[in-house]
Design a protein around this ligand. Structure first.
Ligand code: 3HC
Length: 297
């Protein structure tokens, strides 16, 4: 099945980016939020981002000024905002990008199972929760995948396409093709904790936090070491700020509950402490570093 009409639930950090790339990929997109203010904020971010991307393409000579304007107009015209999940009934694909709380996600998919037509494929953008549990809750295990995008969605080229033991081959192929249409390079993964990227990335961030806690090196030196020594665009502590300390903590806590004996999933005390202090990283203006919008100050 070719994905033409997409619903995205949640228009926050990840959701707004997914809405945008789906629209840029030629889909008609409905963005659903719980409150008008959240919807307005997400749509404003999309407006700013697509204009920036188009102007960069024009600057680099990859598009003419008219083509850039057309890209912006077409993308924005393909997006509709809504506060009503019933508007998603005839979507080919509905992607969930809401808060990382498994019970809330399961309840949402149970509700969507009753709203959407039988053809609709469901996907979760969860960072770390088991896809199979949400699939079970939705009542349509065969038509369920993980579609895990990366932050910032507009710029990161990967999407992980996650299948459970029950995912239909056709559904999996449609989800992969959707990822490609959005300009991403899909990788396939089984329904394992953290899939590929977060299973490697989060324990690496934890090691950096532990180094900082032990006083092995300063935060600046840890970050510089990984940037210059390994060619990473951001060091691990900057990246933890960028992803969000609360998000990182939620991933670790979820894993620790499920796999209490796995040493890689130990939660650093420093992470708990900073989150308790409200220092969540870029989104609150302070984590390991102080932030002014997207830049460290
Ligand atoms: N839309 C449009 N343009 C954007 C944008 C967006 N959302 N975000 C940034 N840009 C623009 C910037 O404004 C900038 O434009 P300018 O050159 O005109 O100022 C340009 O893109 C490049 O941005 P930067 O100047 O910040 O330059 P960088 O070269 O540092 O690129 C980055 C930024 C792509 C974020 C890069 O630092 C990077 O790749 N960082 C690592 C990010 C990463 O690892 N993400 C994955 C996190 S893990 C995850 O998401 C999983 C989750 O489950 C936890």
């Amino acid at each position: 099945m070719q994905i033409k009409k997409v619903g995205v639930i949640g228009c926050g950090l990840m959701g707004h980016g997914i809405v945008q790339i789906a629209a840029q990929g030629g889909c008609e997109v409905i963005a659903v939020e719980t409150e008008q203010a959240f919807l307005d904020k997400g749509l404003a971010r999309i407006d700013k981002s697509v204009k920036k991307l188009a102007s960069k393409l024009v600057e680099k000579g990859k598009k003419s000024a008219e083509e850039g304007e057309a890209m912006v107009a077409k993308t924005l015209a393909s997006i509709t905002g809504s506060l009503d999940k019933n508007d998603l009934a005839d979507c080919d694909l509905v992607i969930e990008a809401i808060v990382e709380d498994l019970d809330v996600k399961k309840a949402l998919f149970a509700e969507l199972g009753g709203i959407c037509e039988d053809k609709t494929i469901f996907a979760s953008n969860t960072s770390s929760f088991p896809i199979a549990e949400m699939a079970e809750a939705s009542g349509r295990k065969q038509r369920f995948v993980g579609l895990h995008f990366f932050n910032p969605v507009q710029l990161m080229r990967l999407v992980e396409v996650v299948r459970t033991a029950d995912t239909d081959e056709d559904v999996f192929a449609s989800a992969r093709a959707f990822g490609e249409a959005c300009g991403k390079s899909p990788v396939s993964c089984k329904d394992t904790p953290g899939f590929v990227v977060n299973r490697l990335l989060v324990p690496y961030m934890v090691q950096a936090l532990n180094m900082l806690e032990r006083g092995d090196a300063s935060k600046e030196d840890i970050d510089t070491a990984m940037q210059l020594g390994c060619g990473h665009p951001m060091g691990p502590l900057t990246l933890t700020d960028y992803v969000g300390l609360d998000t990182t903590l939620a991933i670790l806590r979820g894993w620790k509950d499920r796999y209490p004996t796995e040493p890689a999933f130990e939660v650093p005390a420093l992470l708990e402490q900073l989150v308790a202090e409200g220092k969540l990283g870029r989104k609150t203006g302070e984590g390991f570093y102080k932030w002014d919008g997207d830049k460290k100050s």
